[in-house]
Design a protein around this ligand. Structure first.
Ligand code: 13P
Ligand code: SF4
Length: 299
């Protein structure tokens, strides 16, 4: 299957992008593997005719918004991020009416419709620096309450209004299970994604996006780590640092949507060019503004 994928990819001038949470065999055949920010930048500058995005829907959708002339396919169109729509209807308008200088900051893990109502997008790797750079004092951060409070703690000069969305996978990581791993591996450093609940972040030695966690582990002089993010990162962690040990909480954090990607489905969409992402021109134009602003501010 891998050979067929690689042959078809060449024939059709396609590029395969995969998030670190995609299954290992999918990461293995991808041209680019990374976190949301890296993949958005790659999608923006791609010269391929077809982009196959092995991730969840908002990622493929963002690739299409940033690069509308390309055909963007996903191995599984139903792979969705449940957090992407966790903003109550009318909440953005309500906040805009309440605060005159409000900036709506939208985590990239959101629908194009939510992005379209926002001023700027962020990812977990650039959220703090982008929010810091905004002139507005009042910030409505959607949809993730955990990334929002992580930012609020680092930028006390701003009034960051939180929204009650969350990632069901990261929010389910339990403190007692992390403490259990710490007891079993006393020298290990705890590395956490900012989508984890505050109690997890408080006992972590390092907090960062998936790419930042992977880079921290490979550069660190420590050789044991407790990983508080989705288990797909294990593939890159162990291939970068084979001699190091990585432990996950007993209930392994696993994003079932990301795991809907498979070699079989990847081959199928390359063969048939099915599962194309479409975004209406009206929504695309409006959601491009905050996405483009993110890329510009993060530069
Ligand atoms: P990254 O920004 O680290 O890629 O995270 C994306 C994500 O979906 C986390 O759950
Ligand atoms: Fe969404 Fe959480 Fe899955 Fe990331 S891990 S794609 S935030 S459900």
């Amino acid at each position: 299957m891998k050979n067929e994928i690689l042959t078809l990819k060449k024939e059709k001038n396609a590029v395969i992008l995969a998030h670190y949470y995609a299954p290992a065999e999918v990461q293995e055949v991808a041209d680019y593997v990374g976190d949301s920010f890296y993949l958005a930048k790659i999608a923006k500058k791609s010269t391929a005719d077809i982009i196959v995005f092995c991730g969840v829907y908002f990622m493929g959708e963002s690739a299409k918004i940033l690069n509308p002339d390309k055909k963007v396919l996903m191995p599984e169109l139903t792979a969705d991020c449940p957090m992407a729509r966790m903003v109550a209807k009318g909440e953005i308008e309500r906040m805009k009416a309440k605060y005159e200088d409000l900036a709506v900051v939208c985590y990239i893990n959101s629908t194009a419709e939510l992005k379209a109502q926002s001023d700027v997008c962020v990812t977990s790797s650039n959220a703090v620096s982008i929010v810091k750079s905004l002139p507005n004092k009042n910030i409505f951060f959607i949809p993730d309450r955990n990334l929002g409070s992580f930012i609020a703690e680092r930028i006390p000069e701003k009034n960051i209004i939180l929204n009650d969305g969350y990632c069901p996978i990261h929010a389910a990581i339990a403190v007692n299970e992390v403490n259990e791993e710490r007891k079993n591996h006393p020298g290990a450093l705890v590395l956490a994604h900012p989508e984890c609940e505050t109690e997890i972040l408080e006992i972590s030695d390092y907090i960062g996006s998936t790419a930042e966690i992977i880079s921290f582990a490979s550069k660190s002089t420590a050789d044991e780590f407790i990983i508080c993010t989705e288990c797909g990162v294990e593939f890159k962690l162990t291939s970068d640092s084979a001699a190091k040990k990585f432990y996950f909480p007993k209930t392994r954090p696993c994003c079932t949507d990301m795991k809907l990607n498979s070699l079989q489905k990847l081959l199928h969409v390359l063969q048939t060019e099915e599962n194309e992402i479409t975004v209406s021109e009206e929504v695309r134009e409006a959601s491009l503004v905050p996405l483009a602003k993110m890329l510009e501010l993060a530069r």
